[in-house]
Write a protein that binds this ligand. Structure first.
Ligand code: FNR
Length: 184
């Protein structure tokens, strides 16, 4: 059976730390990707220089070029992030700034985007998730407002996210819903 061309979802994780719960959630989502959805985790957010219009001319430095190329190849974006001081972690905001240019012609302009994640507070980082949706929308992506998941880390009770069957089921649905938005 011809299943048509694969859909590629770029995944960004807002936390850079090795043991990140958000990274584990992202990996659990990646592991749930139904055929023919491909998910690609871009691991280099920590290597992107701080956005500077003076250097965003012509040939950009390699980490930015690689990031923009991965973004251009993808059909959709999934952001998995914690909340830092009531907002988006700086590295993630910086990545969104790089994605937003050239103005109106960024590599993910018009592509669907969803934001989820986990944080320590009982609201699960919802401020960061709302802020990320706001920034990504202004950066030109099409926000899938119906996809929302803000997990208070305490609800995991020390388990790896992949061991939480309800969470894994939810992640599976999120990946399917986001992939369906590509052709919507
Ligand atoms: C946090 N944390 C946090 N949590 C929260 O719910 N609201 C917040 O405003 C903040 N602020 C904050 C700032 C900084 C600098 C750090 C390092 C942490 C706690 C955060 O949610 C917790 O450490 C998460 O586990 C981080 O996600 P990862 O790294 O496990 O993916």
């Amino acid at each position: 059976m011809n299943q048509g061309p694969a859909t590629t979802i770029l995944v960004l994780v807002g936390s850079l730390r090795r043991g990140s719960i958000n990274r584990q959630i992202a990996q659990a989502a990646i592991d749930q990707a139904p055929n023919p959805v491909r998910m690609r985790l871009f691991d280099g957010l920590g290597e992107l220089p701080l956005y500077n219009e003076d250097v965003d001319t012509g040939d950009v430095v390699e980490p930015v070029a690689a990031f923009r190329a991965a973004a251009a190849e993808a059909d959709a974006l999934l952001v998995v992030t914690p909340e830092y001081n009531g907002s988006i972690p700086g590295g993630l905001k910086n990545a969104i700034d790089w994605l937003s240019r050239p103005y109106g012609r960024g590599p993910m302009s018009g592509k669907p985007a969803a934001v989820i994640g986990a944080s320590l507070s009982r609201y699960g980082g919802v401020w960061a998730h709302d802020e990320a949706r706001k920034s990504l929308g202004i950066a030109g992506l099409r926000i899938v407002e119906s996809i929302r998941l803000s997990v208070p880390t305490k609800t995991l009770d020390g388990r790896h996210p992949a061991e939480d069957a309800d969470l894994v089921r939810t992640l599976c649905g999120i990946v399917e819903d986001l992939a369906a938005e590509v052709s919507a």
